[in-house]
Design a protein around this ligand. Structure first.
Ligand code: BES
Ligand code: MN
Ligand code: ZN
Length: 508
């Protein structure tokens, strides 16, 4: 996994080396420790702010090198803006803003005074801050002979609080989430020659180290399970398909699991319905749904979540070949329903169809959520800032929407209806795998819905959010790791037993 910075929690003390970070609210409202720093430096923070017109706007930064009266090499002031408008997800973004503004140099150690004008950050806020620092420090330079001189991940960062202990305990859990996001990003960023179905399955199998039971199924087994729709996608590739099943048993044995199903197309050429050349390299990320499932399972296991969770991922490569699937082919899915292939580039739904049948049939999950970089159409509809959410279940849809707002992994509900469903009726089979030009993300969801039987099912189209990601405070590479924080939070808030000892609010 990519290297991450070392985070520590410490009592508040003026540091002697490195960079000291303090926060400023609107109009330079400072906390107690920041005011002490201002005093020790003969009012440097307030006078520099005045001279530079710096007002403590949210995430705006002001770097003050070699502050006189202190031993540190730099002071970094980071704005909080209007504190009353600071939302839960903003603490993680704040950590990202801090990491992004830290000076590079030999002095890599950092101290952050974790307070606002209202007092010290709560344990959850401080741990979220640490998560943001960690997520921003992520880079993917495995294949660069000369590494960038940005040393973000090499840093040691001390988060200073009057009582660091609760934050440290909370960090133990949040750190697991950070690792899950790193893992999802690493998998999604890996080039497709390195990460084929077999190699991806090996990475999923490594979750065994955390106590996850992992089963890897090979083509013979998949054929025996009648996953013909999934195998049809894989048949044009020289690299054989794999399905990985991950089971985390952290809850009582009699409680049904929550299940996560991921599209893991390690590379999507489109197959015989081949894609245009421009930008095709991005299709290495067509396994980001599966990566989010693996990352989520890592997070849950690493923090020993009191939940039963299943992750099922379908790993295939969609290639044109003499043996590839053709438009016009009719395949019989594991469910028994037949599918007319109209476009071999609508392959993700074929993989997910069999996985949904398998997962629901094997585990009768309380809820099954699939994640997939399924359609370009969802990017047209929602851009890069919300994943499309489809479900018939208002309760689970609302739970995911809440988890999205709390973490910043945002989702937006899209419609399902009989009218859309009819668009995938076929003249020669039970259904076809595309629904025509319009509403392409919706007809893809309608297709999946036909394989969800009576279970509580959610589909997340993450094509716009998990790969080809725009830069944010906490995400700078091709892969964002979208879905890991969303699903971890969904589990923590709605499916996990045992209330937390530490309250989520600010410090008492
Ligand atoms: N993997 C693509 C969807 C995609 C597009 C993901 C852009 C990320 C960025 C998917 O398999 C696909 O090719 N979908 C087609 C469906 C069409 C053939 C009905 C699409 O969106 O064009
Ligand atoms: Mn495709
Ligand atoms: Zn695809």
């Amino acid at each position: 996994m990519a290297k991450s910075p070392l985070i520590q929690f410490r009592p508040v003390e003026l540091p002697k080396t490195g960079t000291l970070v303090v926060f400023a609210g609107d109009n330079m409202a400072l906390g107690e420790a920041a005011r002490r720093v201002d005093g020790a430096t003969d009012g440097l923070i307030t006078s520099a702010a005045k001279a530079q017109g710096y007002k403590g706007k949210r995430f705006a930064t002001m770097l003050l090198p070699l502050p006189r009266g202190m031993d540190v090499s730099a002071l970094l002031v980071v704005g909080l803006g209007d504190l009353t408008k600071m939302k839960e997800a903003d603490w993680t973004r704040l950590g990202g803003a801090v990491m992004g503004a830290l000076p590079n140099g030999p002095q890599t150690d950092v101290t952050v005074f974790a307070e606002t004008a209202d007092g010290p950050l709560g344990a959850y806020q401080a741990a979220d801050l640490a998560l943001g620092l960690t997520l921003r420090a992520y880079s993917f330079d495995l294949y660069k002979s000369k590494k960038d001189d940005d040393d973000s991940a090499a840093r040691t960062i001390a988060i200073a609080l009057p009582d660091p202990h609760p934050a440290e305990i909370r960090w133990n859990a949040v750190q697991a989430i950070g690792e899950g996001v790193y893992l999802a990003r690493d998998l999604t960023n890996e080039p497709p020659n390195v990460l084929g179905p077999v190699e991806f399955a090996d990475r999923a199998a490594a979750l065994r180290d955390l106590g996850v039971e992992v089963t890897i199924m090979e083509p013979e087994e998949l054929a025996r399970l009648e996953m013909r729709a999934l195998l049809g996608v894989a048949q044009g590739s020289v690299r054989p398909a794999r399905v990985a099943v991950m089971e985390w048993k952290g809850g009582p044995a009699e409680v049904k699991p929550v299940a996560f199903v991921g599209k893991g197309v390690v590379f999507d050429t489109g197959g015989i319905s081949i894609k245009p050349a421009a930008g095709m390299e991005d299709m290495k990320g067509d396994m980001a749904g599966a990566a989010a499932v693996v990352g989520t399972m890592h997070a849950l296991a690493a923090r020993k979540a009191k939940v039963n969770a299943i992750g099922v991922i379908g790993l295939v490569e969609n290639m044109p070949d003499g043996n590839a699937q053709r438009p016009g082919d009719i395949v019989k899915s594991k469910s028994g329903q037949t599918i007319e292939i109209i476009n071999t580039d609508a392959e993700g739904r074929l993989v997910l169809a069999d996985l949904l049948t398998y997962t629901i049939g094997t585990y009768s999950p309380r809820v099954v959520i699939d994640l997939a970089t399924l359609t370009g159409a969802i990017i047209v509809a929602l851009g890069h800032h919300h994943a499309g959410l489809y479900s018939d279940d208002d309760t689970v849809a609302a739970q995911l929407s809440d988890a999205g707002k709390a973490t910043g992994d945002l989702v937006w509900r899209m419609p399902l209806s009989k009218d859309y469903d009819q668009l995938i009726d076929s003249k020669v089979a039970d259904m076809k795998n595309t629904g025509g030009r319009w509403g392409g993300s919706i007809t893809a969801a309608q297709f999946l819905r036909r394989f969800a039987s009576d279970s509580t099912w959610v589909h997340l189209d993450v094509a716009g959010t998990a790969m080809g990601s725009p830069s944010t405070e906490i995400s700078r590479t091709f892969a964002s790791g979208f879905g890991v924080r969303l699903l971890e939070r969904f589990v923590a808030d709605f499916y996990e037993d045992g209330a937390d000892a530490i309250p989520r609010g600010p410090a008492a």
